[in-house]
Design a protein around this ligand. Structure first.
Ligand SMILES: *Cc1c(COP(=O)(O)O)cnc(C)c1O
Length: 230
């Protein structure tokens, strides 16, 4: 049975407020599926592997905005820096430095989100709260002129425990508010809280998400082989 990407998209769109952006997570899916979403008006897509994003980008329309949402190795930044719209998965100061210098070479300013580790699973990546505070307190991040920190990204624990997921999203939102006040007060670009996936986007929106990243609800289940990153 074929899945109607357009139908899935319009169903999700009908359920989210206008101010929440929908990132269609197309990892592992063929360009034909992405084109179906594109033809249904979707322009914002998320991928988690550099190789895959580079390959797909060349086969698809130029007005697609690509977001990198998976762990990014610093030696691969230069492959995507010329076209990427946003890197959501920034999880170290070193990576920020590399993005900044590669962006400078291309005379670009690259939008980034700082990924905060909010889940209780050890497999999830991101800054710890302490690492993030240390990095921001040092003042070094604000010196990087070819990146723009647009907010925070986080992934909740994969669990049916709704209260737990809600609590983690709430924590991300509270952290956003606190960091905004302390480090980004006059930065109009610091305004995104990227949280919520197929299984928990309703909860995330309830807790103030501005950007949800939805894959399987749009494109169908992925092959269950473990996702590779980078
Ligand atoms: C795969 C992925 C998603 C989408 O997951 P679904 O459950 O298929 O909606 C969202 N965010 C990140 C970081 C991902 O890797």
């Amino acid at each position: 049975m074929s899945i109607s990407v357009a139908t899935n998209l319009s169903l999700i769109r009908s359920q989210i407020p206008d101010n929440v952006k929908l990132v269609a997570v197309s990892k592992t899916k063929p360009v034909e599926d992405i084109l179906q979403a594109y033809n249904a008006g979707q322009r914002l897509f998320g991928e988690n592997r550099v190789q895959e994003i580079v390959r797909k980008k060349d086969l698809l329309p130029d007005d697609i905005e690509w977001h990198m949402i998976g762990h990014l190795q610093s030696n691969k930044v230069k492959s995507i820096v010329s076209f990427i719209s946003m890197i959501q998965s920034v999880d170290s100061v070193n990576l920020l430095n590399v993005i900044n210098s590669e962006a400078a070479k291309k005379e670009r300013i690259v939008d980034c989100l700082l990924e905060l580790y909010i889940a209780s699973e050890e497999t999830k990546s991101g800054f710890s709260m302490e690492e993030l505070e240390t990095a921001l307190e040092s003042g070094k991040i604000s010196e990087l002129k070819n990146i723009r920190i647009c907010g925070l990204m986080g992934m909740a624990t994969f669990t049916n425990d709704e209260a737990r997921v809600r609590g983690e999203f709430r924590y991300l939102n509270e952290t956003f508010v606190r960091l905004k006040e302390r480090y980004f007060k006059n930065e109009i670009f610091f305004r995104e809280i990227s949280m919520g996936m197929s299984g928990d986007y309703r909860i995330a929106i309830g807790e103030g998400s501005t950007m949800i990243r939805v894959g399987s609800l749009i494109f169908g289940e992925r092959n269950t082989n473990k996702q590779q990153n980078g």
